[in-house]
Design a protein around this ligand. Structure first.
Ligand SMILES: Cc1cc2nc3c(=O)[nH]c(=O)nc-3n(C[C@H](O)[C@H](O)[C@H](O)COP(=O)(O)OP(=O)(O)OC[C@H]3O[C@@H](n4cnc5c(N)ncnc54)[C@H](O)[C@@H]3O)c2cc1C
Length: 400
């Protein structure tokens, strides 16, 4: 079969791109090494609950075109992300807002809260300057930056432990630029995001991706004059080996198939055999527990644990994303982890060293104009879902 595109990766990027290409009459083969489509937004139904297998995913955007686009493939509920933070036995609302400040200091008005934050921040800046013996304040690390922005209470209770767990390092060993600002809201509003549109697709993300990939049942479904065929459990490198080609020259006769172009949404450094070096990531470990006898474990979808001594950063109770009322519940503890080859690469480490290496891979990829690189791994970028869709639509329109 002659295909116009081979799309490697049935995650959100690959699915949007494949859909757009099929929509203009192209024939697309989508492969994914996992046994399922949807990549990291995969949800699986257990106990009647859509479990976010690779971490909690809340759709939010201010891009109306993207919002209208996803609503063609799923009906979204009105879920608003309002996480709760636990520090020792104290509970605080997030993001930092008047509910948080009122709980922390017993204040009622924004002016009272601002005065406390300012006073604490000024004290910290004065202390740091004195210790360094200088008149100028320049934060040397994340701790100094956060203390100067939010003062001691917020830093100790809500920032320090959580950040140290996320990065696997003390805040004094982390660069200050990680926290440019600490967003604070001086109204009583627990909505975590500032975006205009927000929600969770009713029935889970997997269904939404299946619709994008035109999967009604298994196999190939025609759409306009184009089509998408999806094959899961197929690793690109095994696929290529079958043809005797190298990863970067795979256009001819792979198992009898040929492709005009490739979209690759896996790791760009792996694609080139790490020949320029290895890009670094942070990883995560998920520990999921089915609790058939418990109907409501924590009363909220997302609860953050901000103490360093508790090894996980948050517990997700999946049923609350869709206001589930059924019997039983499922929770997932999320543990940050160092990444090594073979682990799932969740978060690109977009520091100077890695960005420079990525730029070198981009240069190298220019030698292969028939191969496009997309998505969080192909473009080595932390993308939210709406940004992935925007980037995939933009790439697709350049191909049209
Ligand atoms: C813990 C966590 C929480 C998040 N929460 C949110 C959130 O609340 N809101 C939000 O907007 N965004 C969130 N995101 C971001 C979101 O997950 C991404 O934007 C999105 O999943 C990226 O889609 P993608 O297609 O680029 O990558 P992926 O979903 O990773 O898809 C890439 C696919 O390529 C496949 N692949 C890779 N290599 C090969 C190969 N060699 N052969 C075949 N297949 C291959 C993989 O199996 C995978 O299925 C979160 C991310 C994480 C890590």
């Amino acid at each position: 079969m002659k295909y116009d595109y081979l799309v490697v990766g049935a995650g959100l990027f690959g699915a949007v791109f494949a859909h757009e290409m099929a929509g203009i009459g192209k024939k697309v083969l989508v492969i994914d090494k996992r046994e399922n489509v949807a990549g990291n937004i995969y949800t699986e139904n257990k106990l009647g609950i859509n479990v976010h297998k690779y971490g909690a995913h809340i759709f939010h955007t201010s891009d109306k075109e993207v919002w209208d686009y996803v609503n063609r493939f799923a009906e979204f509920n009105n879920y608003i992300n309002s996480p709760v933070a636990v520090y020792k036995d104290e509970l605080y609302n997030l993001p930092f807002n008047m509910n948080t400040f009122s709980k922390m200091w017993g204040v009622r008005t924004p002016d009272e809260a601002k005065a406390i934050i300012q006073k604490q921040a000024d004290e910290e800046v004065a202390r740091i300057k004195k210790e360094k013996g200088t008149d100028e304040f320049t934060p040397d690390n994340l701790e100094e930056q956060a203390l100067s922005l939010a003062g001691r209470d917020i830093y100790e209770k809500l920032v320090k432990g959580y950040t140290e767990k996320q990065w696997g390092r003390d805040c004094t060993q982390l660069p200050s630029f990680i926290i440019k600002r600490l967003p604070m809201r001086f109204i009583y509003d627990n909505n975590y995001f500032n975006d205009r549109y927000q929600g969770i697709p009713i029935g889970g993300y997997t269904k939404m991706v299946e619709k994008l990939l035109l999967m009604e049942g298994d196999g190939e479904v025609s759409f306009a004059s184009g089509s998408i065929k999806v094959e899961t459990g197929v690793d690109y490198y095994d696929f290529i080996k079958m043809s005797g080609n190298t990863p970067a020259e795979p256009f001819e006769s792979v198992n009898g198939d040929s492709f005009d172009k490739i979209l690759f949404t896996g790791m760009i450094d792996e694609f080139f055999g790490y020949k320029l070096g290895t890009l670094e990531y942070r990883s995560l470990r998920f520990e999921t527990q089915e609790l058939p006898e418990v109907d409501n474990y924590q009363g909220n979808a997302v609860v953050n644990y901000t103490e360093r001594d508790i090894p996980y950063t948050r517990i997700i109770e999946h049923k609350h994303f869709e206001y589930g009322q059924g019997k039983g519940t499922i929770i997932t503890r999320e543990y940050p982890a160092n990444w090594k080859h073979g682990d799932e690469p969740y978060y690109p480490m977009n520091d100077e060293k890695n960005n420079t290496l990525y730029a070198q891979y981009v240069e190298l990829s220019k030698e292969y104009p028939g191969i496009l690189f997309g998505g969080r791994l192909g473009q080595y970028k932390y993308y939210n879902m709406d940004q992935v869709i925007r980037a995939a639509l933009d790439m697709a329109s350049l191909e049209k």
